[in-house]
Design a protein around this ligand. Structure first.
Ligand SMILES: [Zn+2]
Length: 397
């Protein structure tokens, strides 16, 4: 028993009669109480002395399959409403980072549609051949028109002529797009209205980069049991718990029905198959659908905290995993996807080293959840596939 505990015990026995002794005991008792600490103020420094590898350039040339250089100039309730693009980074800004990091090419997934798409291709892909590839997006605001299925399939053909290298599906489909575009009931991912669009992509060899659903924790209450509590607390609109949202499983099943129905269309299921927390689920889906690839964008936080499972997963699916980050120029608000040197160095460290317990994003507080990650030290043969060859094949470079 130390002196403080002894005083505390003695004080309890002495009772209130002995004032001076009693108050000393009370203040000792106060010292001993756990002090509340605001979670946002908590920034523990790891005392682990572990090896830190600094990888400035990727070992092999890289294609970042998942970036956002342009976005729609106007969106409402998660739905892009206009063809016009807003540009987040100039080609020069991008090329400076790309050249420094050994990045051969960036895929700008959110190229939009119609004249917006044509302009994005002209500004990036055409002026810097081989460095930028732009994807098209559906024009959802037309989905109420009676001949939308045919119009949308034709728009894919036009996008192909305009230089699009694939089609991007944001989580808009399944979580935001409604019968009256931004109101009414949610439109399902496997709604038959989109069938001609998926088929057109297959016919034209345009891969579909598809994001459905979100981290599993986004479908559970934002409470003290939620592993992404701080992230959801910062962005309450990212929660899909309650309301009329489908469950995560329903979203993935609808996506799977699309892949089953359109076996000649190639799908790259983004964000580690949108189920990075459960790689067994992703494995089963990859085994079931030969027309499916995945990327790792914004999911090294999940993959890197289960490094042994992830490493085996990369061994098994080494021909079907694409390097990607979700990088956004000037996206400082979201450090896990900000387009800069530091972000790429973290990805390279994760893939190329066996470093332990490091941050998955360039941020003071881990933005997605309070954990750190471990490198998976991929062998060279797998690394070069994941960095470049798999994406080159999918993009038909
Ligand atoms: Zn993205």
């Amino acid at each position: 028993m130390n002196r403080r505990q002894w005083l505390y015990g003695a004080g309890m026995i002495a009772g209130a009669g002995q004032l001076s002794f009693g108050s000393a005991a009370a203040s000792a008792k106060a010292d001993n109480q756990p002090k509340p600490l605001d979670l946002t103020q908590y920034e523990p420094k790891s005392m682990l002395q572990v090896h830190e590898t600094h990888i400035e350039r990727a070992k092999y040339p890289v294609i970042d399959f998942h970036t956002h250089i342009s976005v729609a100039a106007k969106s409402s309730k998660g739905v892009e409403l206009v063809a016009e693009r807003q540009y987040l980074g100039t080609p020069k800004e991008c090329l400076d980072v790309m050249d420094a990091k050994n990045m051969r090419a960036m895929v700008n997934l959110t190229g939009g549609y119609e004249h917006g798409l044509a302009q994005a291709v002209a500004k990036y892909d055409r002026i810097h051949p081989g460095r930028f590839y732009t994807f098209a997006e559906p024009s959802y605001s037309r989905c109420k028109e009676p001949d939308y299925p045919r119009v949308q399939a034709q728009a894919i053909e036009q996008a192909h002529r305009d230089g699009a290298r694939g089609l991007k599906i944001l989580k808009t489909l399944g979580l935001y797009l409604r019968e009256n575009v931004t109101s009414g009931t949610l439109i399902k991912i496997d709604d038959p209205r989109f069938d001609p669009m998926w088929d057109a992509c297959g016919r034209l060899n345009l891969p579909v980069a598809i994001h459905v659903s979100d981290p599993l924790a986004f479908f559970t209450p934002t409470d003290r049991f939620n592993e992404r509590y701080e992230e959801l607390n910062h962005h309450p609109d990212w929660s899909f718990y309650g309301g009329d949202f489908p469950s995560n499983a329903e979203l993935l099943e609808a996506r799977n029905r699309v892949m089953a129905r359109h076996s000649k269309t190639s799908f790259v299921v983004l964000h580690a198959g949108n189920c990075a927390e459960d790689l067994q689920n992703v494995s089963k889906t990859l085994d079931r659908f030969p027309n499916m690839h995945i990327d790792i964008a914004a999911r090294i936080g999940e993959l890197g905290r289960q490094p042994r499972t992830t490493r085996k997963f990369f061994d098994k699916y080494q021909d079907r995993i694409l390097f990607a980050t979700d990088a956004t120029p000037h996206g400082d608000e979201y450090p896990q996807q900000v387009f800069n040197d530091k972000l790429y160095e973290i990805y390279f460290r994760f893939l190329e080293t066996e470093d332990e317990y490091f941050d998955y994003a360039p941020a003071k507080i881990p933005p997605q959840g309070r954990w750190r990650i471990y490198g998976i030290n991929l062998p060279e043969a797998i690394l070069s596939k994941v960095y470049y060859e798999n994406a080159a094949r999918v993009l038909r470079i």
